[in-house]
Design a protein around this ligand. Structure first.
Ligand SMILES: Nc1nc2c(ncn2[C@@H]2O[C@H](COP(=O)(O)OP(=O)(O)OP(=O)(O)O)[C@@H](O)[C@H]2O)c(=O)[nH]1
Ligand SMILES: [Mg+2]
Length: 334
């Protein structure tokens, strides 16, 4: 699944309705005063967080969102009908920026939370408002005002529950492809994955849990090296990390440390996020060497290490069980 996490859209509030020029016309009132109603206000564009949405993919096709215009005022002092608001649904976790100034307008994190992004224009005043001692029959009214117009940048930090991280080539995309229906590109060279892939993994309860295959982290990512800031931004909102290490590499320990220090260097210190340590590619390794490397990692981290092969699908059930246990534990604590 291609995952779009940044889009630009144009939002436009409805135009206010024009004020009306009209006069009272009634039997026995030969010269009725002005009675033109005000125009109705234009509708506003409102963003609303919807927990059912996972991506900003829909915005690839529709870029402009307009609210309804207000109706013009009527005779007999009738105010025109207000234009309807336009509600645009976005996934929970969407940050909304003014695309031109870069200013953050709001974060939509809670289901149902709303943010007004383009107010409708005011309706114009009808001619009854221009009645004065000098002018008993004003012939003019005001036009409605245009609605606000804005170019927005929507940004979605992944709301995946589980992030798969590791150096390039560790096998992250392979793992998500065997755990879920996601079919990312897999290749024997670093930086195959440039945007995060999302995959939904079936939980025993029947629910889907979103996993994200995060593009390979490299040294200096926290300073923006490679696609660094982007990677780390995606990790921020995951609840649990699967830290995948290529067991066939002699530098496995070094690989672990590089990732760990990148996480630590992030402003919100991501190294404290719950993490499962996983040695991958056990199918291509001598069992003694594998055992030795797992123990070495356990000593360094004081944490148990899981052994899997994404390609040969070895050790995947125990891995998922650990994932579910951890997520449940977190849920119980929150
Ligand atoms: N032998 C073996 N090879 C594996 C295993 N998992 C992945 N690979 C291979 O390792 C290479 C890299 O796999 P990817 O899944 O593309 O790695 P990645 O971590 O997503 O890499 P980037 O997207 O570049 O960060 C591919 O050639 C895979 O076939 C495994 O369990 N065993
Ligand atoms: Mg990849």
């Amino acid at each position: 699944m291609r995952f779009i996490d940044q889009v630009e859209i144009k939002v436009q509030g409805g135009q206010g309705g024009d004020g009306m020029v009209a006069f009272r016309r009634e039997k026995y009132v030969p010269a009725g005063g002005p009675a033109g109603g005000n125009g109705g206000p234009g509708g506003s564009v409102i963003l609303q967080a919807n927990p059912e949405l996972q991506t900003l993919l829909d915005f690839q096709y529709i870029h402009v969102f307009q609210a309804e215009n207000g109706q013009r005022g009527g005779p007999k002092n009738r105010t025109g009908a207000a234009g309807l608001d336009r509600c645009v649904e976005v996934p929970c976790g969407t940050s909304v920026y003014d695309a031109l100034s870069g200013q953050l307008l709001g974060d939509l994190t809670q289901p149902g939370q709303t943010l007004l992004v383009a107010a409708g224009g005011k309706g114009g005043l009808g001619n009854k408002h221009f009645l004065s001692n000098r002018n008993r029959a004003p012939e003019h009214a005001l036009p409605g005002l245009p609605g606000e117009e804005r170019l927005l940048r929507l940004e979605l930090k992944l709301l995946a529950d589980v992030g798969i991280i590791g150096l390039p080539n560790a096998g992250k995309s392979t793992l998500i492809s065997v755990l879920s229906a996601a079919r990312p590109k897999i290749a024997d060279y670093p930086f195959t994955t440039l945007i995060p892939n999302l995959g939904v993994v079936a939980h025993p309860s029947g629910d889907g849990v979103v996993f994200a295959d995060i593009p390979g982290l490299i040294e200096g990512a926290h300073q923006g090296v490679g696609l660094g800031h982007d990677f780390l931004r995606h990790i921020e909102r995951t609840r649990l990390l699967i830290h995948l290490i290529d067991g066939t590499s002699d530098a496995f320990l070094e690989h672990y440390r590089i990732i760990q220090s990148e996480l630590m260097a992030h402003p919100s210190d991501l190294s404290g996020k719950p993490q499962l340590l996983v040695l991958n590619k056990c199918d291509a390794m001598d069992p003694d060497c594998l055992q030795q490397r797992a123990e070495c990692l356990e000593q360094e981290t004081q944490q148990s290490v899981l052994i899997i092969s994404a390609v040969a699908k070895i050790g995947l059930d125990p891995l998922l069980q650990r994932v579910w246990q951890n997520l449940e534990k977190m849920l119980a604590q929150s």
